[in-house]
Structures are given as structure tokens and as C-alpha cells.
Design a protein around this ligand. Sequence first.
Ligand SMILES: Nc1ncnc2c1ncn2[C@@H]1O[C@H](COP(=O)(O)OP(=O)(O)OP(=O)(O)O)[C@@H](O)[C@H]1O
Ligand SMILES: [Mg+2]
Length: 225
Amino acid sequence: MSEPVIRMSGIKKSYKMGGNVLNVLKGISLTVNEGEFLAILGPSGSGKSTLMNIIGCMDSFDEGEYYLSGQAIHSMNDNMLTDVRNEYIGFIFQKYHLISKYTILRNVMMPLLIRGETAAQAEMTARERLIQLGMGERMDHKPAELSGGQQQRAAIARALVGDPKILLADEPTGALDSATGKEVLKLFRELNEKGHTIVMITHDLNVAQNAGRIVRIVDGELFEE
Ligand SMILES: Nc1ncnc2c1ncn2[C@@H]1O[C@H](COP(=O)(O)OP(=O)(O)OP(=O)(O)O)[C@@H](O)[C@H]1O
Ligand SMILES: [Mg+2]
């Protein structure tokens, strides 16, 4: 058996608000194997984004262990976390998070430039990814000149460009109309069939049902479906 991509146990996270303590994650355990497409389904306020930020190495936690591709995340400092994040995670957000003053091509090059690749190398890889995702004709446009679905496609190209271990998506269809949302979900299923590991967070059961496995988060606790 190969090492799971995600192996977390007993993850707890709380926020102190004035004199009160809000326990947001109450001991989360989760294993995700390579090649899985997992949906984390839960209502507003259940802790989805908090968990996503921890999975994505963007936030710390109070207790528990987290191994990402065998790397002990719980014992890393901020600099190490930044490196792991850049190398292992491709993020996809509800509102795309493309940089508006850059072209689509430049946006997709960014993760590679941050890693220290030359502009020529980064451009070659970014062009390839955009062509694969059907965005070959739109590369020189700015994000505002594209439809929501095209912007999300570009954001997916950016997430994939550095060959991350996981694609981590938070409500990836939340800003799209239902037909365009279905297109994006179809693309996720195709990427998963090609071997990409995907973790998608959503409050919508219809969206979650595109995944191969669903776990529910309710009030800071996880339940397998
Ligand atoms: N930085 C923070 N400080 C204090 N409380 C927070 C903070 N971030 C989140 N919370 C609280 O933690 C709980 C879970 O928030 P979280 O954003 O993880 O929920 P969510 O499931 O993503 O909800 P939504 O579907 O509305 O995005 C909420 O009660 C929220 O108010
Ligand atoms: Mg959220």
C-alpha cells in the first residue's frame, strides 16, 4: 500500500472570542488515498472552510496529527508550510481568485514563477495546460474579458500547472450558473479519471454526488456516508 495523500487524526481547532472559546473542529480524522475524488459536505458554519484551510496548509491547528504525502505537517514552521503548500496543493476557489491585471497566461504561469522556474519554462508549461483545458484561444485575455466558466477553467489550469498532489476546491461551482457548474464538475470527473486526487468542499448534495466518496461535516465532526 502506498502512503495516503492525506492522513489526519484528532484534529482540533478552536477560536477564542472575548471570554468564550468556540470549538470549530472537534477531533477530525480523515484519510484520502491517491486517486480519490472526495467531497466534504456540510451546512454553513459546520467548519468546512476551517478544515480546508488546514488541509491546504494555510492555517494551524491546536491538536492532532496531519501527514500530507508522508510529511508531518503538525511539526512544520511557517516557512516549511509555504513550501509544502506550493509544491503539493492546487487551490480552486468559488470566485476564481485570478489576478485581474494579468493575462490568463500570466496567471497560470504564476505558481511556476513562484517556484523559481524561468519565464520561458513557465510559459511553455502554462500554455500546454491551457490548451489541454480548451483555453488555447483565450490566453492573452484578462480575466474580466472571460465568462465565469472560462475563468474557472483558467483557475483550474493554474491549480494543475505545478502537478500538485491534491486539487483542493472550495465551492468550485458556487459562482456559476447550473449548466456551467455541470461543465466544471465534468472536468473534475475527467481529471480524477486521469489520476488526479481531488478534495472538494460543498454545501450542495448534488455537487457532492459527482465525487467518488462523500464525508459529511456536522458541527465540527466528520461522518463517512
Ligand atoms: N477567524 C475566526 N475567528 C472566529 N471564529 C471563526 C473564524 N473563522 C471561522 N469561525 C467560526 O467557525 C465556524 C465555522 O466556520 P467555517 O468558515 O469553517 O464554516 P463553513 O462550513 O465554511 O461555512 P460556509 O458554508 O458559510 O462557508 C463558524 O461558527 C465561524 O463563525
Ligand atoms: Mg466556508
